[in-house]
Design a protein around this ligand. Structure first.
Ligand SMILES: [Zn+2]
Length: 436
């Protein structure tokens, strides 16, 4: 028998309802946690029957709370939180120029911003993130969170996920961009990139977008990801300006490049970015962010390539995309068996009055309220689909027995017979963290 002080802590959470994207859906409900792992989650009677016969346990009563697993934000820019929410001015090139200016500003304290963004994400109920790191400084800061954060909340568990190191290089700049990327990756604390993770954070690579990265650099990045098992992510088919730049070699993004003194050896390709990058998309396993402006033929192409799509509904609507009365094709993608998950994109695109702008529940609520999307599908997009997109263990975003208990709670009305998850999507309760 282990000594008493070694006995793992056991807690029974009695709640109004519990839900995950697999099998758990119960009301009234309970979750039993032992030593930081789920023992059981589901109907209250069945879970209480699993209480240990001997030894002590704590009971936490949450009679008006729905318990969910922590959510997955498949696309964020933690190092851009210094750019606060601001309305979109209507000029995509100008908007991007402002982001670039912020990134090149030496006075920005990247480490403090990333720590703050991780803290706010955690408090908003996010357990896993796909982050785009503009520099290795962002990657390193995440590796050590919450240990390196003097004001991390008590009991904060590490946020896991993929830190995608970003690269940029068009035309003649591609070779130098690739060499810089390899140098940066080699400097990061990974002994064996094939298998290594640091505190649950995995390394990925992100060529920024088809209007800043050439086809050759995309191809080289795919080869590197295969040699070293780095995850892959890129922004794709986000704006009409991107399509115009890639297809016709002109438009506001070309003007922006010229204003920034960047090379203008840009040739029109006559192709949509997905068609231009068909070969590297097929060769790698990609997380494609946005896909606001795709053609119907792209759905089977993305399915065959086993690509995932991160849809950031608040950010897409912020930019008024896809525009021309068209709707984002997330339903077509899902129908075509493409894995679609949810992301926030940068803080700048979130509403200024959103209390938890780093959270994923506001993204779910946005889609539910706009499209009446099926709540069960939204929960799947916000948990297991996100894990699949990041190539992480899907079970860790569920309440399956033996998985780490990373639990969140949302207030609902226990006397209202409306489905508990639907209530959480209709109301404006903030997400709370349960410290297990
Ligand atoms: Zn983004």
């Amino acid at each position: 028998m282990p000594r008493k002080k070694d006995t793992p802590k056991t807690t029974l959470y009695r709640c109004a309802a519990v839900r995950d994207a697999r099998r758990v859906d119960a009301r009234p409900a309970a979750v039993l946690v032992r030593g930081g792992r789920i023992v059981a989650a589901g109907a209250r009677d069945a879970v209480e029957a699993k209480l240990p016969k001997r030894g002590e346990h704590d009971v936490v009563d949450l009679p008006d709370r729905l318990i969910l697993p922590a959510l997955v934000n498949a696309h964020a820019h933690l190092d851009l939180v210094g750019l606060k929410p601001e309305p979109y001015g209507g000029d995509f090139a100008q908007w991007i120029a402002k982001v670039t200016e912020h990134r090149l500003d030496d006075k920005v304290d990247i480490e403090a911003d990333v720590r703050g963004a991780l803290r706010d994400s955690w408090l908003a109920g996010v357990g896993t993130i796909g982050d785009i790191a503009f520099s290795p400084r962002s990657v390193r800061t995440w590796f050590d969170w919450p240990a390196n954060d003097p004001i991390a909340p008590d009991g904060a568990t590490p946020i896991e996920g993929v830190s995608y190191l970003e690269c940029f290089g068009l035309g003649a700049k591609q070779e130098a961009a690739y060499e810089k990327l390899v140098e940066q990756l080699n400097d990061l604390p990974f002994d064996t990139p094939l298998t290594d993770t640091v505190r649950g954070t995995v390394l990925g690579i992100s060529p920024h977008a088809p209007y800043t990265v050439g086809v050759n650099l995309y191809k080289k990045v795919v080869a590197l990801s295969q040699a070293r098992a780095y995850r892959l992510c890129t922004h794709m088919a986000e704006s009409p300006a991107e399509i115009e730049f890639v297809r016709d070699g002109k438009g506001p993004l070309l003007d922006m490049r010229r204003a920034m003194g960047l090379s203008d050896d840009i040739e029109p390709t006559g192709l949509h970015p997905i068609d231009l990058l068909h070969a590297p998309i097929r060769a790698g396993r990609w997380l494609l962010v946005h896909c606001n402006l795709i053609e119907p033929g792209h759905v089977p192409l993305l399915r065959k390539a086993d690509a995932s799509v991160a849809y950031c509904p608040v950010a897409s609507d912020y930019f008024g995309l896809p525009g021309d009365g068209r709707k984002h094709p997330y339903r077509d993608l899902i129908e075509g068996k493409v894995n679609v998950c949810l992301g926030t994109d940068s803080l700048r695109c979130q509403p200024a009055d959103e209390p938890q702008p780093m959270g994923v529940l506001p993204q779910m609520r946005h889609l539910y309220r706009r499209d009446e999307t099926d709540p069960a599908l939204l929960l799947q997009m916000a948990t297991t689909n996100g894990m699949r997109a990041l190539e992480l263990d899907e079970r860790e975003a569920t309440l399956t027995a033996k998985t780490p208990a990373d639990l969140i709670a949302v207030q609902i009305d226990p006397d209202d017979e409306t489905d508990a998850l639907t209530q959480a999507l209709r109301n404006d309760s903030v997400v709370e963290r349960l410290i297990v």
